[in-house]
Write a protein that binds this ligand. Structure first.
Ligand code: ZN
Length: 165
């Protein structure tokens, strides 16, 4: 009898998961019968979750609490920026919490931001990841595991049933 495959570097893991915040709100989940597939040990998922899955095997379930520092990071106070209201079109309706893409004036590089605060002539933008500062509560189970192919290892990610991408 062969040894049962366990989650370690170089294993393609399929993962059913539900993700909740501290208050219990579900913010993400895999679709039924459509687990997330990833290559373990290659930084494809957040570090705290990857670490906690190490050693699990097919059929295992686990609750994993990942602190912000091992998920999307703490809120960075330097990632807030105050810009003039006039930067936005007059007819654009601004509201706190609104997500938008801001382009760097010089490089035109896009950045995701959200509106943290609206003042009379100014808007405070928040460039933190939307989940920065959040403790993440995962419930996971492992429907299948398989060894990665040479190609997947070379690419550093899992290839779905559709083949190479
Ligand atoms: Zn590839």
């Amino acid at each position: 009898m062969s040894e049962q495959l366990k989650i370690k570097d170089g294993v393609v893991v399929s993962l059913d998961y539900t993700l909740r915040l501290d208050d219990g709100e579900v913010i993400d989940a895999s679709e039924e019968n459509k687990p997330l597939e990833y290559l373990h040990g290659y930084g494809q998922i957040i570090p705290g979750l990857e670490k906690a899955l190490s050693g699990l095997t097919v059929g295992d379930s686990k609750k994993v609490v990942v602190p912000a520092a091992e998920a999307y990071g703490e809120v960075d106070m330097d990632a807030f920026e105050i810009v003039p209201r006039s930067m936005f079109p007059d007819d654009m309706e601004l509201e706190e919490g609104l997500s938008l893409t801001v382009r760097d004036a010089e490089t035109n590089e896009p950045f995701d931001a959200s509106i943290a605060e609206i003042r009379e002539n100014e808007v405070m933008l928040d460039f933190n990841h939307p989940l920065a500062g959040e403790t993440l509560h995962f419930e996971v189970n492992i429907p299948t595991l398989r060894a990665a192919t040479e190609e997947e290892l070379a690419h550093g990610h899992a290839h779905g049933p559709g083949g190479h991408h």
